[in-house]
Design a protein around this ligand. Structure first.
Ligand code: SAM
Length: 357
């Protein structure tokens, strides 16, 4: 029964409902026959992964394994795999992750490097058991960080190698930064987020998982700048740049009315997202050193916020800054994890190598 008073104060158009209408209109065209099953997935209970913290002394890895969890990264779908994965044919590509190499002349693609130190545990397919909260060890470091398992993929795709300097341009609350630090390969990490409150949360997360000696000024810098201005701060500096932009956060927008990007008061902000995303990616490209790699990621299926942004930023980098980029195919990664995740159909971004020399 609906109470009269409540009914009159209730917003007529709930943001979650507006989000669903928007997705029905756009994704049914973009995804065609795939949309009904993707829609069900978006409306279903979220499945978490536990990013294992190598710096904690707790023995929780064995405990999680005893509960039936497996590390989807080391238990790769191809048992013959090694950490180096070379290019081979796959029919699919990821919808939300794009890697570009900066200032490169060759169209040769280097093999994808997956760090053996990133471990993410998941319950078996179809099992949505919730993880217990992680426990602190005797140094107060927590044993795992809960995040959407797919959020680990951009960190793997970034291919951080020994002694790399890394910029995480939109880093809060810090799940991907934590995954990057798990590689134990990063010589210097700069984490930035324009939101001061979210940057405070990022600091708390880092201090809850990473030992103090690894958080010193020579190894880590935490800033709270507008990432679009990064080109004015630092150019040609980082081996790897992660640009994990604000987006329509599709699944969240279908679940939570509070602070929803589809609320009427945020229409302008939502419409300007692709422009902000292009500016952030361009800033990340400028911050990368020659030969460096930039990874662009979102948690939306929107073509405008994924492929459209990458194509525009590549064009602007070349025209306005003389930076030549090459799109790196993520097919090897898709092939490796195709039994753990469903990937969106091919975005044809790697074909755009023909126009970015
Ligand atoms: N990478 C994070 C992680 O793994 O936990 C999630 C990042 S979230 C998708 C996007 C972030 O971008 C938000 O924390 C938001 O505050 C930040 N942001 C929004 N506009 C920004 C800007 N102009 N410069 C830098 N960060 C920005």
């Amino acid at each position: 029964r609906v109470k009269g008073k409540w009914a009159t104060t209730r917003p007529k158009h709930l943001p979650t409902r507006l989000a669903l209408q928007h997705f029905d209109a756009t994704y049914s065209v973009q995804l065609g026959q795939l949309w009904p099953s993707v829609r069900v997935a978006l409306l279903s209970e979220r499945k978490y992964g536990a990013l294992f913290n190598n710096f904690s002394n707790n023995q929780d890895l064995e405990k999680l394994q005893a509960q039936g969890c497996r590390d989807f990264i080391s238990n790769r779908d191809d048992p013959t795999s090694s950490e180096h994965i070379s290019e081979f044919g796959a029919e699919e590509d990821s919808s939300s992750v794009s890697t570009v190499s900066s200032h490169v002349d060759s169209q040769q693609q280097s093999p994808l490097w997956l760090s053996p130190n990133i471990k993410c545990l998941v319950f078996p397919r179809g099992d949505i058991t919730r993880f217990k909260p992680a426990r602190p060890d005797k140094f107060s470091l927590l044993s795992y960080y809960l995040m959407d398992a797919a959020s680990v993929l951009p960190c793997l795709a970034l291919g951080v190698q020994k002694n790399h300097t890394v910029l995480d341009l939109c880093a809060a609350p810090g799940g991907k930064a934590l995954a990057l630090l798990q590689t134990q390969s990063v010589r210097f990490l700069c984490v930035n987020d324009s939101s001061v409150s979210r940057t405070s949360r990022l600091k708390r997360v880092l201090h809850s998982y990473i030992p103090k000696p690894l958080l010193t000024d020579d190894k880590l810098r935490i800033t709270s700048f507008d990432g679009t201005m990064w080109g004015e701060i630092e150019r040609n500096s980082f081996d790897r740049v992660l640009v994990d932009v604000p987006c329509t956060t599709d699944r969240h927008s279908l679940m939570e009315d509070d602070n929803n990007i589809f609320s009427r008061s945020r229409v302008g902000e939502r419409r300007s997202l692709p422009q902000l995303q292009v500016e952030l990616l361009l800033a990340g490209i400028i911050a990368a050193c020659p030969g460096g790699e930039i990874l662009y990621s979102t948690c939306t299926l929107s073509l405008n916020q994924n492929q459209g942004v990458v194509e525009q930023a590549i064009q602007l980098a070349e025209e306005n800054h003389g930076i030549q980029l090459q799109v790196v195919s993520l097919r090897p990664l898709v092939q490796k994890f195709r039994n753990t995740f469903h990937f969106a159909p091919d975005l044809h971004l790697d074909e755009s190598t023909s126009h970015c020399r």
